[in-house]
Design a protein around this ligand. Structure first.
Ligand SMILES: Nc1nc2c(ncn2[C@@H]2O[C@H](COP(=O)(O)OP(=O)(O)O)[C@@H](O)[C@H]2O)c(=O)[nH]1
Ligand SMILES: [Mg+2]
Length: 390
């Protein structure tokens, strides 16, 4: 800790010195790094012949920056390991994978990797494997079945994904459904429940075939990955915002409880800054939970610092817009901040920052970078922060 943090249990909170913007910025940067580290890493292995759509599927689920910016490390011929998104995602990509010799080589390398990883923390193990088959190949060779079994024998949960499936009015191509049933009838150790999942990761404008099946693939993946990897998966995937929101709300609730503890002995109004360290930690954790790019954390830290410095100013804004509704007779209790106010002020900060993260996530990547680097986060935060209370 570089700043005094009030002891949430003590009835007399320590006097926090007023934090300057620079201090809050560096505290935020520190908390952001800790929040990302605490999420751990989701490690996924993706297999399938060249052209089945591995890269396309990964981009659709994790964002296109993943394919473009990853620094790859060859594990063996045809298998590359990438770390993405500031370490939230570890990806084994079998580029150039074919069955036969290269498949055997990949299996041998994986066997070594999985054996070594057994002595490592769970978040460094491989948590799931996606095995991709292109529907239009209409072929599933014995060799492929053997490969799937070998992966399962290594202890990897294998999710079988049939790719590039056209559909109309929500109904997949009947032959793709037949193909899935055929694969399912082979009795392979597929997870979950022996299913083969039908997907299309890219809209085809010519056949007007929409994207589909990705949420089902993600849900299937959640079912098979260990608990320890789910927080990182939630942060790094870009499809399921509800899961991100739930994670953020949990963080807000925890922070509200801490802030209420801080405010258990009424804080003099001018000392609202005492809540800032709690709020810095909270918005850092929300940012990480949303998986916003950690390499933009300097810009985010600056935005967070601008917002959170002058806790008294913010508290004042909050009191002025909110408290009139709650205080009997409409008198503003300007002298002290109670536990309730400390809690609800913190909730308002967390909820407004959650909106900033959601907005950033909704932008195309280039625009997102520009938004994060500019005054956008601050403006949007304030619009939500004060707007909500009206
Ligand atoms: N329509 C459609 N095209 C796809 C899909 N997945 C891949 N493709 C196309 O198939 C080609 C090969 O995809 P790619 O992801 O590079 O395959 P990889 O070699 O397995 O990584 C590319 O031209 C993609 O645009 C999909 O789900 N739908
Ligand atoms: Mg590829």
């Amino acid at each position: 800790m570089t700043v005094d943090q009030p002891d949430p249990i003590s009835s007399k909170p320590a006097r926090a010195k007023d934090l300057g913007q620079g201090e809050v910025e560096s505290l935020f940067g520190q908390r952001l790094a800790e929040a990302f580290a605490a999420l751990g890493c989701f490690n996924l292995a993706v297999f399938g012949k060249t052209g089945v759509g591995k890269s396309t599927l990964v981009n659709a689920v994790f964002g296109s920056q993943v394919a473009e910016t990853g620094m790859g490390k060859p594990v063996t011929r045809g298998l590359v390991y990438y770390r993405h998104a500031g370490g939230l995602l570890g990806l084994y990509d079998s580029e150039g994978f074919e069955t036969g010799t290269s498949g055997d080589e990949i299996l041998a390398a994986l066997r070594t990797r999985v054996t070594q990883a057994r002595s490592l923390p769970v978040d460094q193990q491989i948590h799931a494997a996606w095995y991709l088959v292109r529907w239009s190949d209409r072929r599933f060779e014995d060799k492929q079945g053997e490969f799937v079994r070998a992966l399962a024998d290594l202890g990897l949960p294998v999710v079988l994904v049939i790719t590039q499936v056209p559909s109309r009015d929500g109904v997949p191509h009947p032959e793709a459904i037949e193909f899935a049933s055929y694969i399912e009838s082979m009795g392979l150790p597929l997870r979950p429940a022996g299913r083969a999942l039908l997907t299309n990761a890219l809209e085809d404008p010519f056949t007007a075939s929409p994207v589909f099946g990705l949420q089902a693939l993600l849900d299937a993946t959640y079912l098979v990955v260990p608990e320890v990897a789910t927080a990182a998966l939630t942060a790094v995937q870009i499809l399921d915002w509800e899961r991100k929101k739930r994670a953020a709300k949990t963080i807000i609730n925890q922070s509200v409880a801490v802030a209420a503890g801080v405010g258990a002995a009424p804080i003099p109004f001018a000392d609202a800054a005492i809540l800032v360290p709690t709020q810095v930690t909270m918005i850092a954790r929300i940012t990480a939970a949303y998986g916003l790019p950690p390499d933009r954390s300097r810009a985010l830290a600056a935005a967070g610092a601008v917002i959170l410095t002058g806790g008294a100013t913010m508290a004042g804004r909050y009191l002025a817009t909110t408290l009139l509704k709650f205080v009997p007779g409409g008198q503003i209790a300007t002298s002290a901040i109670s536990a309730t106010v400390a809690g609800s002020l913190t909730r308002a900060v967390g909820s407004a920052w959650l909106r900033v993260c959601e907005h950033a996530l909704s932008l195309p990547e280039e625009e997102r970078d520009r938004f994060l680097a500019g005054s956008g986060p601050k403006e949007l935060f304030l619009a939500n922060f004060t707007g909500k209370q009206r």
